[in-house]
Design a protein around this ligand. Structure first.
Ligand code: CAA
Length: 258
């Protein structure tokens, strides 16, 4: 029996798939679900036979937001003391790449969770939005910050202040998602992407993720410097030696993810 009750997990071809599984609440992100996602992702991060995480929901909802029933009774003090979203911050700190496969609603915390992922594959039915304003709050899992950095001030303000939902096509145009495919193809496409990432040299993948994320936090000159140091680090790895040797010897590389 699975150790989890709000998610299901499986690992195949170097990819751990985490499927949110609270259909009765459209995968609303309660504390238990947050802890289970973090636990499963951490297990993937430390398993040398896993190179990527695939995060998905149901056909109707990736996730309809943080669990409103769980939040409703909080005061300002209690919500701060409980630090209710700290697990999502920890998920964002993981080094393993995360691919999100989004169908249906990705609202509030659901949109924010998708933005914590590194690659977002969206189905045509996907709807992204930050409706917190309609509840008398604002996004709390990074929505204002990641949206502003990803889609720019004008669109971020529009979404955060009006709460309006955007379609998958709009999300693709504004650079919020990596690709849009037919709903029936979302999980297959996202799995292909995750497997492709997971079979590339592991250290290069993790430093590639780290370098791109650094662009969100650093001025250009500092970011370029940081990228160069990470680039140089990879020349001490077995997979760099193997990758370049295989190229010059015109054979297929056998990566050991070291
Ligand atoms: N929290 C808790 N329960 C939720 C939920 C949420 N975020 N979203 C949906 N549910 C529950 C509903 O209460 C309902 O439960 P019952 O059957 O027991 O009544 C069940 O899921 C199905 O939902 P609906 O009947 O409402 O389904 P629908 O198809 O008519 O509507 C929806 C779908 C438009 C997504 C609607 O459910 C909705 O608006 N949900 C809330 C969206 C939202 O406001 N999200 C932001 C939450 S705050 C947040 O996320 C803060 C942050 O930054 C982290």
């Amino acid at each position: 029996m699975s150790e989890y009750s709000t998610i299901t997990t499986r690992t195949t071809h170097r990819v751990t798939t985490i499927e949110l599984n609270r259909p009765e609440a459209l995968n609303a992100l309660n504390r238990q679900l947050m802890e289970e996602v973090l636990s499963a992702a951490r297990a993937a991060e430390t398993d040398e036979d896993v190179g990527a995480v695939l995060l998905t929901g149901s056909a109707k909802a990736f996730a309809a937001g943080a669990d409103i029933t769980e939040m409703a009774a909080h005061s300002s003090t209690s919500v701060r003391q409980a630090d209710i979203f700290s697990g999502w911050d920890q998920l964002a700190q993981l080094r393993i790449p995360i691919v999100a496969a989004v169908r249906g609603y990705a609202l509030g915390g659901g949109c924010e969770l998708a933005m914590i992922a590194d690659v977002i594959i969206a189905g045509e039915s996907a709807q992204f939005g930050q409706p917190e304003i309609t509840l008398g709050i604002i996004p709390g899992i990074g929505g204002t910050q990641r949206l502003a950095r990803t889609v720019g001030k004008a669109t971020a303000m529009d979404m955060v202040l009006t709460g309006r939902r955007i379609t998958a096509a709009e999300a693709e145009t504004m650079g919020l998602v990596s690709r849009v495919v037919a709903d029936d193809d979302v999980v297959t496409t996202a799995t292909d992407v995750a497997e492709q990432i997971a079979h590339h040299p592991g250290q290069a993948v993790r430093l590639g993720k780290e370098a791109v994320l650094a662009a969100f936090n650093t001025p250009l000159e500092q970011g370029l410097h940081y990228e160069r140091r990470l680039f140089e680090t990879l020349f001490d790895t077995e997979d760099q030696a193997e990758g370049m040797a295989a190229f010059t010897q015109k054979r297929r590389a056998e990566f050991r993810h070291r």
